[in-house]
Structures are given as structure tokens and as C-alpha cells.
Ligand binder design. Structure first.
Ligand code: PLP
Length: 387
């Protein structure tokens, strides 16, 4: 018999991604639920990883520096300078982490103290709140506006209290694909100007914007960048979600605190994978530039197929997710509908209400991931046509 546990995370169960992926496997459904590609990373990238793993006589398979391989931090610095005009110092402002998830966790642990409030914009990615709870803080939920999932600036302003320590923003937004404009960044800067609130910007979908839109990173806004941790993920950009390599860019004082946590959560990230990504970034800078067109073609292909179903949607502005309104097909709440879609109709999706503290009762929306081969999308659409 073990002593009573008294869970630190009593409300946390298995994530919806695990639940839906498992259900998809059990029922042989096409899995458009969890956000991962069903195609390979660039062949050159895996070749480089293999090369670095086979290096003999060096330290290629031993611990990397705690902050990340210098070559990778330099490549990240060059990238954020090119894309966002941000002068990040690779030694003091950039840390390589074990995926976006670890970077988010470390930023939250570094900055949130017992009793602090952290504002989340719902629907919010599911890893934020447990990290806040473990830090002794509490989440304050501000819903994004419908139908476009824009920020409700007035509600956000009202949510800021003397206890607010951190605001988490995730744009390009999972699940909606909403983006921020330059004007939004100015509004946000104005709102926070006289407050001691830090910002954690989850920008893991930074390279997936469509129809000529651009990503306005918080790194491109000098005033916001001064108080922000900005997180990205190579898993998303290089079709290698299983590698779990990401990073955090933050001013040196914030990075110092971030690293205090990172060195005891993860310490170091897989050395040969870091080396491969650093080489690939230098050899193939066009990969990120071509990513919008690559994913826009998939979005358009999937949208054409969905046009023949009774699902309603506006083509996603960004990310590799497409939201669809299924109210013409069913009146079931989204969690039940997603289960039924998987078990009876053979396509797995993610219900979006699970990402909100208070679901919009009338909302009938699920999320599909279109980071898939055309054949996978076509097979899924064939089943969705029968709804
Ligand atoms: C919004 C958001 N943030 C963070 C992550 C995690 O990124 P990583 O796989 O690099 O840990 C994901 C992955 O799905 C995501 O959708």
C-alpha cells in the first residue's frame, strides 16, 4: 500500500491527442486528430542526423552544452534576424529545448510564482495550464472572439489584475489558424506598457501562413520582445515532431531564469539532432520560405474535397489545422461527435471544446490536421462525404 497521493494535478487525465489517436488505432480510423505529418522529414535532414550519429572520435553522441549547440543557436539567431529583424545574442538570449513543450514549461516555471495569475486565451493548447498549476499559479481564461478567434482586447484588459504575472499568446493559433496583425502587436504593447506582465509567445506554427499573410512575431516588436519568451519548434517546421527539438528566445535576464529551470528539467537536447538541424538550416534556408506554399497546397486540396461534404468551414489562415462546423450533420456536443466520427465513420478529429475552460455551448466544431499525404486526405474526405 502506498501513502495517499493527493494529486498535484487532480483534473489532468490523458490528453485528448492520446485518447483520439488510440481510438483511431483501435477502430482503424484515418487519424486526422493529432497534429503530426504522415510524411517524412527532408531526406537530407535525416542523412545529416545519421552522419552526426556515426561520427567517431568526437563528442557527437555525448552531452551537448546545456544551452544548446553553439552552431544551432547561431543558426537560430541568423533566422530571427532575417525573419523578424531581431538581434538575439546566441550566447545570452537563445536556448535550445526539448521541443516547444519543454520550452513552454520552463518559461512558465521560471516566471510564475505561488499565487500568481496567468492569462490564457481560449481555446488554449493543453500544456499551459498544468504547468501553471505546478508552479502554484492559477489560469485566468479569456475566450477568443467568434467567429474569427481574434483577441477580445477589452476582456483581456479587464482580466489583467495586480496578481497577473504572465500572458500566454499562441499565434498562429492552434486550433483556429487565427493570426495577429502588426496593429494587434501595437495594441498588446499598449495594454501591457504600464504593467509588470511578462508574455509567453507560442509561435510553433510561425512558418505556416497562407494567402500571402505574414507572421508578426513578438520578436519583431521591440517593446514586446523586451518582456517576452518566444518559443518555436523544429518538429513543426521540419516535419519531425518526434525529434522534439525546439527553442526559446528571450532577453538575457529572462533567459537566465529560463535556463535555471531548463538545466534541471532536460539539461541537454539530443546532440546529433541539434547538429543536423544546424547544418540543414544553413544548407537549406529555402525550406522555411517554401513551407507556406507547401502547406497551402495541402489546405487547398483538403478544402476542395471538404467542399463536397456537408461540413462548413472557412479555409484556415495558418497552421496545418482546418476547423469544420458539423452542425448540418449532427447536434451532438463535439466530444461525442468526435468519438462517433472515429468509431462509426472512420475519421478521427479533435473536439475543440477541450481547449476552453468554458466551452461555447452552441459551438459544433472539430479540428482536422491536414499535414498528410493527399491520398490520406482523399480517403478521409471520401468517408466524410457520407456524413
Ligand atoms: C500550440 C502548440 N504549442 C506547442 C506544441 C508542442 O510543440 P513540440 O512538439 O515541439 O513540443 C504544439 C504541438 O502540437 C502546439 O500545437
Amino acid at each position: 500500500m502506498h501513502p495517499p497521493i493527493d494529486s498535484k494535478l487532480p483534473r489532468v487525465g490523458t490528453t485528448i491527442f492520446t485518447v483520439m489517436s488510440r481510438l483511431a488505432a483501435e477502430h482503424g480510423a484515418i487519424n486526422l486528430s493529432q497534429g503530426f505529418p504522415d510524411f517524412e522529414p527532408p531526406a537530407r535532414l535525416t542523412e545529416l542526423a545519421d552522419h552526426h550519429m556515426r561520427q567517431r572520435g568526437g563528442a557527437g553522441n555525448q552531452y551537448a552544452p546545456m544551452t544548446g549547440l553553439p552552431g544551432l543557436r547561431e543558426a537560430i539567431a541568423a533566422k530571427v534576424a532575417e525573419y523578424y529583424g531581431c538581434r538575439a545574442n546566441p550566447d545570452s538570449d537563445i536556448t535550445v529545448a526539448s521541443g516547444g513543450t519543454e520550452a513552454l514549461f520552463c518559461a512558465i516555471q521560471a516566471i510564475v510564482r505561488a499565487g500568481d495569475e496567468v492569462i490564457l486565451l481560449d481555446p488554449a493548447y493543453d500544456s499551459y495550464e498544468p504547468a501553471i498549476t505546478l508552479a502554484g499559479g492559477s489560469a485566468v481564461h479569456v475566450p477568443l472572439l467568434r467567429p474569427g478567434f481574434g483577441v477580445d482586447w477589452q476582456r483581456l484588459q479587464h482580466a489583467i489584475s495586480p496578481r497577473t504575472r504572465l500572458l500566454v499568446v499562441n499565434f498562429p493559433h492552434n486550433p483556429s489558424g487565427a493570426t495577429l496583425s502588426r496593429g494587434d502587436l501595437d495594441t498588446l504593447a499598449g495594454l501591457l506598457r504600464d504593467t509588470p506582465v511578462f508574455v509567453l509567445a507560442d509561435e510553433v506554427y510561425e512558418h505556416m501562413l497562407f494567402d500571402g499573410r505574414s507572421h508578426h512575431s513578438l520578436l519583431s516588436h521591440a517593446e514586446l520582445a523586451e518582456r517576452s519568451f518566444v518559443v518555436s519548434s523544429f518538429g513543426k517546421t521540419y516535419h519531425a515532431t518526434g525529434w522534439k527539438v525546439g527553442y526559446c528566445v528571450a532577453p538575457s535576464a529572462l533567459t537566465q531564469e529560463f535556463r535555471k529551470v531548463h538545466q534541471f528539467v532536460q539539461f541537454v537536447v539530443a546532440t546529433p539532432l541539434q547538429a543536423a538541424i544546424a547544418d540543414f538550416m544553413r544548407e537549406h534556408p529555402e525550406h522555411s520560405r517554401e513551407l507556406p506554399a507547401f502547406y497551402q497546397a495541402k489546405r487547398d486540396y483538403f478544402a476542395r474535397l471538404l467542399g463536397a461534404t456537408r461540413l462548413r468551414f472557412e479555409p484556415a489562415h495558418s497552421t496545418y489545422f482546418q476547423l469544420v462546423d458539423y452542425s448540418a450533420v449532427s447536434d451532438l456536443p463535439d466530444v461525442e461527435f468526435a468519438r462517433l466520427l472515429t468509431t462509426r465513420h472512420g475519421v478521427a478529429a479533435i473536439p475543440i471544446s477541450v481547449f476552453s475552460a468554458e466551452a461555447v455551448a452552441s459551438e459544433r466544431i472539430v479540428r482536422f490536421c491536414f499535414a498528410k499525404h493527399e491520398a490520406t486526405l482523399a480517403a478521409a474526405a471520401e468517408k466524410l462525404r457520407l456524413l
